[in-house]
Write a protein that binds this ligand. Sequence first.
Ligand code: NAG
Ligand code: NAG
Ligand code: NAG
Ligand code: NAG
Ligand code: NAG
Length: 547
Amino acid sequence: NKNIHKKMFIFWFLRLILGLYNLTNDHFNILQTDWLNLNSFKEAFGGKSAKLTNSIAKTSCSFHSLSPKEAQVANSLKRLIAWPKTLSLPPHLSLSDTSDPAHSTFTVLPNERGSWFVGGQLEVLIKMSDFHGRPKTCGGDFLLARLHNPTLNAGVAGRVFDHRNGSYTAVFSLLWEGSAHVEVTLVHPSEGVAVLEKLTQEQPDRIYFRSLFRLGSAHEMTTCNICLRSSQRLCDYTDLSTGEPWFCYKPKNLSCDARISHAKAGFRVYLRPVEEKLFQSAVNLKVSIPASGPAHVQVKKTTQSSPSGYYYQGAWRSLDGTTVHQFNTITAISQCLKNKALHLYGDSTIRQWFEYLNQSLPDLKEFDLRSSNQTGPFLALDYANNILLTFRSHGPPIRFRIIPISNLHYIANELDRVVGGTNTVVVIGIWSHFSTFPIEVYIRRLLNIRKAVVRLLSRSPDTLVIIRTANPKALTLYETLTNSDWYSLQRDKVLRAIFKRVKVKLVDAWEMSIAHHLPHSLHPQSPIVKNMIAVVLSYICPKTENL
Ligand SMILES: *[C@@H]1O[C@H](CO)[C@@H](O)[C@H](O)[C@H]1NC(C)=O
Ligand SMILES: *[C@@H]1O[C@H](CO)[C@@H](O)[C@H](O)[C@H]1NC(C)=O
Ligand SMILES: *[C@@H]1O[C@H](CO)[C@@H](O)[C@H](O)[C@H]1NC(C)=O
Ligand SMILES: *[C@@H]1O[C@H](CO)[C@@H](O)[C@H](O)[C@H]1NC(C)=O
Ligand SMILES: *[C@@H]1O[C@H](CO)[C@@H](O)[C@H](O)[C@H]1NC(C)=O
């Protein structure tokens, strides 16, 4: 058995090397074959990862040093998102000692008045236990909580407080009259979060990228990233105006100037088998925690609260003072957007908004820029109503398929080219492609974007700038290791802190996804997107009556 294991290991190891060799040297098309199969890695590296990891050169990420002032900002942001430390992962970690949702419970806490009123709060105590049913004594589990009423199609996200002793309190605002059901979900056990944290430190290059270089008939492909492992010669593509770092290994025969495209090349990760067991669907990955007693309360009528909004009859009601209007007809949307130029920048979750508007407004015609439907850029025009809608993806480390170098733009640089004014709306959504990198990479990016937003608003103070936050998504093992909600949550906190004192409007995609009954999805389903667009349109047209 040991022998078979060894043979398999060698086989997969050679396969990996050859596979990578093929990717490096073969023709362009190879890039389209995308992801290496995670299962292959599982088979290949089960039990052997320590050895392998040792033989792999240490990754170093080249952030370029932040200015002393920005480094200070970065440090305070890191303190803001500091996660309770789990007892460090012991070398002989056993799954049975980790948090088990099936053995954990939540209890609705009675309140002093004996009943619940609209405008009040509901508290729920969550007690975590391991697979033996022994109470956990440390914090750090990643929990999400929701209060909802399926009949009213109502829902709101709860705030979860970690007492760092194995118990947690979830607090909900009571916003509607009638029944309210509590739902508590373990996204990751604390030990899982510790693995995710370790992965970012040790394997920030687990998503890797490639570029094609070409001159005449000669072409070569090399690996690119912010974090690279060897000290081979590099091409430095650091952006001159923003200082955003990006590197590729230098092609052997071609110059750095010959780079013509950028693409996501693949994913590789080394996990111990027990670490992988921390992310099992239906076991400990996004699993509901049972209630120890009744999971619902009756709320009586009798207002002020902390969530950013809630759903009622399927429509998002904002609690930050914005009246969210419903834009249920084509005319309502196009009247709101009349004479406006909307520029959308970001990842596929912002592209979704372009797609939604493009699909909703028959008079808005997409002009064929001959770009890929994944990467854009896109441009759509409604001549009669004088509406311009554009989308452009953010710069590296964008994980899209092939994107020509000429379309690889940083948002900050794009914003510097926007004139702005009353009729200009800038919408930014950038989060999901930063999850595998050290937080500094994201902080640097957002600080650059913030500076550009501030410049835009001082040139043209009437410009409306809207920022879309992150959102939770469906998680598998692969999704978890590259893009867990925990990574998104950490980045989302940074995003909100960085833009806190800038005159921008937020679309709280995080809460709008948690509070909704539809499943978490990287690309939220249409009813959620419709609500997000309603918030965007309400920012653009605050005085509209419901139409
Ligand atoms: C490398 O590419 C060749 C032809 O393009 C293919 O036949 C071979 O199976 C590939 N090797 C690996 C290990 O993927
Ligand atoms: C955990 O901490 C909370 C808040 O300090 C406290 O109320 C609770 O009793 C503690 N639970 C245990 C099991 O120690
Ligand atoms: C570089 O050029 C040499 C000579 O033309 C050729 O033999 C070699 O294969 C080339 N290397 C790469 C990586 O393309
Ligand atoms: C925009 O709508 C047109 C017409 O339905 C469609 O062909 C096109 O693919 C859409 N573009 C995008 C980017 O969704
Ligand atoms: C782009 O088009 C391809 C092929 O038509 C389709 O499979 C894919 O789902 C589309 N992607 C998006 C984001 O619309």
